[in-house]
Design a protein around this ligand. Structure first.
Ligand code: MF3
Ligand code: CO
Length: 258
């Protein structure tokens, strides 16, 4: 499938899809408490999405059985919510969520600390977010995908963390996953040239230890091979004439960790 360039009208719909998802993340983040099950988090998130008249796009996607991916500590992404898994003080919890509004998809992820987290965990979450913003400094017409990746990778590695190789960001629009694939690390090819109207999900997944990951036997949950922590930070963006606009940012969320 070719990369699609969205019209101003389509971008307006994606902006609304993004703002509603930003609200879901913001409200869900405030509800997180130690002792909750990951299934309760999923249920709350799904209710919020439906209360805005939207559809959870992850539910049943390639058979994924929930609306919110909840990935705890060493889990990188695509954790399956469970009645048996309770989050506890000191955990870091990555929530990945998406929705469909009038046929247009949004996709975003945040990692939250529960109660008091270790210094390393806090730094990992901060650097993962920072790496996203370093990456999108290069999200502008004329730059290439590799320029986004370089910003992300440089930031992560400067802080002695590593960038997951086996999963990437992606184009997004009338489907959750559209072309192109967007790696978070530098490959030898520079990738496509960015153009106004491209809508992209940029999603660094950063490990405290090595970048290697495994898939669990549920065929979804991705975990770090060394058992160390992982964090995830994702937004849907649109390339504009002179840069980009983040579509899934809540007005109350700080754009910078600094
Ligand atoms: N943000 C994830 C991604 O872009 C979406 C989860 S995939 C699902 O790949 F299958 F869990 F829906
Ligand atoms: Co995504």
């Amino acid at each position: 499938m070719p990369i699609t360039i969205k019209s101003p009208h389509e971008i307006e719909l994606m902006r609304t899809a993004g703002q509603l998802l930003a609200k879901v993340h913001y409200e869900l983040g405030k509800e997180l408490k130690e002792g909750m099950t990951t299934k309760e988090i999923d249920r709350l998130g799904e209710e919020m999405i439906r209360s805005y008249g939207c559809i959870p796009n992850f539910l049943n996607y390639n058979g994924y059985p929930a609306s919110i991916c909840v990935s705890v500590n060493n889990e990188v992404v695509h954790g399956i919510p469970s009645e048996k898994r309770r989050i506890k003080n000191g955990d870091i919890v990555s929530l990945d969520a998406g929705l469909i509004y009038k046929g247009y998809h949004s996709d975003a992820a945040r990692t939250h600390g529960i109660g008091e987290v270790s210094e390393e965990a806090r730094k990992l979450m901060d650097v993962t977010k920072e790496s996203f913003f370093e990456g999108i400094k290069n999200a502008k017409p004329g730059k290439h995908l590799v320029d986004i990746a370089r910003g992300i990778q440089t930031c992560a590695e400067k802080n002695h963390f590593s960038v997951v190789r086996d999963l990437t960001g992606h184009g997004i629009g009338t489907s959750l996953h559209e072309a192109p694939e967007i790696p978070n690390f530098v490959r030898r090819k520079r990738g496509v040239r960015l153009q106004p109207g491209m809508t992209l999900a940029i999603e660094p997944m950063i490990n405290a230890g090595a970048y290697d990951v495994w898939w669990m036997d549920d065929d979804w949950t991705v975990v770090t091979r060394d058992g160390k922590l992982s964090a995830h930070y994702e937004n849907t963006i649109v390339i504009t004439e002179d840069g980009c606009e983040i579509l899934t940012m809540h007005p109350e969320e700080q754009e910078s960790i600094l």
